[in-house]
Design a protein around this ligand. Structure first.
Ligand SMILES: Nc1ncnc2c1ncn2[C@@H]1O[C@H](COP(=O)(O)OP(=O)(O)OP(=O)(O)O)[C@@H](O)[C@H]1O
Ligand SMILES: [Mg+2]
Length: 283
């Protein structure tokens, strides 16, 4: 099936009241975030998408592909299912070595250059993790972050799924903005459930959830994109401190001052650029 567009038609929240967002569309290349407090229904929303809900789930949402609902008796060939869901809880499944797991998947998908595909997948995954994943390691022995990095890489490269749903990858300690950057190169639909303001602001739009319902939809404008850049500076400093801590170093006055004054001066520069840009726009 050639997917150009997926639409989510709003249903009801936990209290049975219709959702305020009555519809949103996802086109190839779109990156979307789902945000909101714990228990507000974020996972439920992406599960509805994965299931191609057709008013047959508690939320009564309807998913359309290219403006058409999926017939009830329709079933995808599992090896060609267009949606990959990287879920919040990934306790593994298989004690095969990583290399064999990927090989089987590549064969099911009918890939030609299996060896090359496996290497590409590992290479992608290893850009997201701290400790490299090795082909010989059993899937069950990977850490949470390694597992999810591998599943993302597998979905993008071997699965070549047009729609990829990611549930809170930030908690797995993977390099999330690098992930976003890598993923942007692929013309796919990415839906992130996230508590990370940077992922939300790097998305094309975000859906705000409350009490099981889609409450609001915000498109990321120029001002917010600048805010994302400013947050990156703060995030980068946090990452530097994390590196120091991980390496067993002490955060002395010197180390602290050096990092913070570096942030201060690069922030001055950023604020100037931002002002110039935003003034130009209003002038
Ligand atoms: N529209 C809805 N109608 C009925 N029940 C719902 C609806 N949305 C969510 N729920 C129920 O609310 C509970 C919490 O939802 P969910 O797990 O999706 O929240 P979450 O935002 O993913 O939470 P967390 O941040 O902890 O992962 C679940 O039991 C789910 O079935
Ligand atoms: Mg959840």
């Amino acid at each position: 099936m050639d997917i150009q567009k997926i639409s989510v038609i709003g249903g009801i929240g936990k209290d049975g009241i219709p959702e305020k967002v009555t519809r949103f569309d996802l086109k190839m290349g779109d990156i979307v975030s789902i945000v909101g407090p714990t228990g507000c229904g974020k996972t439920t929303l992406i599960n509805d998408i994965e299931l191609f809900a057709n008013k047959n789930t508690p939320s009564e949402r309807k998913i359309l592909i290219n403006d058409e609902p999926i017939p009830d008796d329709f079933s995808f060939d599992p090896s060609k299912h267009p949606i990959a869901l990287i879920s919040q809880h990934t306790n593994f499944l298989s004690d095969l070595p990583v290399g064999e797991f990927l090989e089987i998947h590549a064969k099911i998908r009918g890939a030609e250059n299996i060896e090359q595909m496996i290497n590409e997948t590992l290479n992608f995954a290893n850009q997201l993790t701290g400790e490299a994943i090795i082909k010989e390691t059993a899937m069950t022995e990977l850490s949470g972050g390694q597992t999810r990095s591998l599943l993302i890489a597998d979905a993008v490269i071997i699965g070549n799924s047009p729609i990829i749903l990611l549930d809170e990858i930030e908690n797995a300690g993977i390099h999330r903005t690098k992930a976003l950057k890598l993923l942007k190169k692929y013309q796919k639909i990415f839906v992130f459930v996230t508590h990370d303001p940077r992922i939300a602001l790097l998305s094309d739009f975000r859906i705000i959830m409350k009490n099981g319902a889609m409450q609001k939809m915000i498109t990321t404008n120029e001002e917010e994109k600048w805010a994302a850049l400013g947050l990156k500076k703060i995030d980068d400093v946090m990452l530097e401190f994390r590196k120091f801590i991980r390496a067993g170093e002490e955060i002395t006055d010197n180390v602290f001052n050096e990092q913070i004054s570096g942030l201060a001066s690069s922030y001055q520069l950023y604020l100037k650029k931002r002002k110039l840009f935003l003034n130009k726009k209003t002038a």
